[in-house]
Design a binder for this molecule. Structure first.
Ligand SMILES: Cc1cc2nc3c(=O)[nH]c(=O)nc-3n(C[C@H](O)[C@H](O)[C@H](O)COP(=O)(O)OP(=O)(O)OC[C@H]3O[C@@H](n4cnc5c(N)ncnc54)[C@H](O)[C@@H]3O)c2cc1C
Length: 391
């Protein structure tokens, strides 16, 4: 029998990494093997995750806000951050979402647009996993079109009064602080809102059939009075939250490959041991075609992620390039997950194997941080010079 190689070893992608990058990857892989993999299927079925405990472990390992500098953040490279996202999402997209929302949305917003006091108050605690953040942009009636948001912040003396509802907010039910985007007389602004402020309520969204190992909430802001210094001083207009989304989307470009890799590993293991018609199903040409095509897309997605990561390290990565990565890698990861599920037959729908869980998760990943359609339109705009989604 010919030797087997793991899917990502087909073209020796490790040769494209520094020792340091591979070390980060291995540390995250071990953490996930130890603290997440044995439990995640159960969390998923119950729809409950020990977020606080996990945040502490992630913080200790330096994974929260890891690509940011100062304030207790690890200052890792873009590629190291990407590799961490891949390993986290190989366990579950919910775990990577926890890290993305904490580091790339909530912490990044404060790090990039906050006052020195806001940074000192929140970033070290968030990097350590002692404080959990969330990011409220989406509303019940405004998802792809956040420019139409109706959450409002009005002045009352020096204070701000915040009123509105944010929907589908990751980490909201367990968060200590929310970065909330609201309309003011000056356009869209960001606010740092401690979750224990009177008038703030987070209701857990139940009945999710995807991303169940992640806490998602509705954030109700009912006349929330905030001091003047709750405003993120440097955030002006929708550009600010969109820049945070670019950070998080970059992590997804890598993360989705982790879910796909786990599906492919599982499918290869299963196919080489499952016997039908007197031989392993991996020996059938149709099965090998599925595995080969999935491995090809995984490698191509990896090379794309790495290229974008290297551009980010040079400070040259553009938002529309991140759209290319998110659109391609999430779409292909989902296709890989679905194809791998067929290889597992009936077992493919069982939580005893991770494939269906990844496939269900990737439905969320396809939708959040800009739907695949919106990213198609971003790419379309680049190609044609015409914006199809501006109102
Ligand atoms: C589990 C989960 C966690 C999330 N976490 C967060 C979070 O932490 N913070 C946050 O702010 N948001 C979060 N979101 C919200 C997410 O970002 C939105 O769901 C997403 O932006 C899409 O918005 P929508 O659901 O309102 O869909 P809609 O915008 O209503 O879109 C519905 C469909 O219409 C399509 N569509 C819309 N406009 C156009 C157009 N111009 N052209 C073509 N097609 C179009 C969309 O692509 C989609 O297929 C989360 C969502 C989920 C499911």
């Amino acid at each position: 029998m010919a030797d087997r190689v793991a899917p990502l070893d087909l073209i020796d992608v490790d040769a494209l990494h520094s020792e340091e990058e591979l070390q980060v990857r291995d540390v995250v892989r071990r953490l996930v093997a130890d603290k997440v993999r044995p439990y995640v299927a159960d969390w998923y079925e119950r729809g409950e995750v020990p977020v606080r405990e996990l945040a502490k472990d992630l913080g200790k390992t330096g994974l929260l806000g890891m690509h940011l500098t100062g304030y207790g953040c690890a200052g890792a490279s873009a590629v190291a951050y990407g590799l961490a996202c891949l390993e986290l999402e190989a366990a579950d997209s919910g775990l990577r979402s926890l890290v993305s929302v904490q580091g790339s949305l909530a912490m990044y917003a404060i790090w990039r647009y906050g006052s020195e006091e806001q940074k000192q108050q929140w970033l070290p605690a968030m990097a350590a996993g002692d404080a959990i953040g969330c990011f409220g942009l989406t509303e019940p009636d405004h998802g792809s079109d956040p420019a139409s948001m109706t959450t409002r912040a009005r002045r009352d003396g020096d204070d701000w009064i915040l009123t509105g509802v944010k929907m589908w907010i990751t980490n909201a039910p367990v968060a200590d602080v929310a970065v909330v985007w609201a309309r003011t007389d000056d356009g869209i602004n960001g606010f740092v809102v401690p979750m224990d402020t009177p008038g703030v309520t987070a209701n857990t969204i139940k009945h999710k059939l995807s991303l169940r190992a992640s806490m998602t909430g509705e954030l109700v802001l009912d006349g929330v009075r905030l001091p003047a210094d709750a405003l993120l001083p440097a955030a002006r207009g929708l550009k600010a939250p969109l820049s945070c989304l670019t950070e998080a989307r970059y992590g997804i470009v890598w993360g989705a490959l982790g879910a796909a890799r786990d599906c492919l590993h599982t499918a290869i293991d299963y196919a080489t041991s499952r016997v039908q018609f007197g031989r392993p199903i991996a020996g059938f040409q149709l099965t090998q075609a599925k595995l080969a095509d999935a491995a090809l897309e995984l490698q191509k997605g990896y090379l794309l992620a790495l290229h974008l990561g290297r551009r980010a390290e040079l400070g040259l990565l553009r938002p529309e390039q991140v759209s290319v990565g998110k659109l391609n890698n999430v779409r292909e990861a989902l296709a890989i997950a679905r194809q791998c599920r067929t290889i597992l037959g009936a077992n493919g729908i069982s939580a005893e194997y991770p494939v269906m869980r990844h496939a269900a998760n990737l439905e969320t990943v396809l939708t959040y941080e800009g739907t695949s359609e919106i990213h198609q339109l971003v790419v379309g705009q680049q190609l044609t010079g015409l914006a199809a989604f501006a109102s």
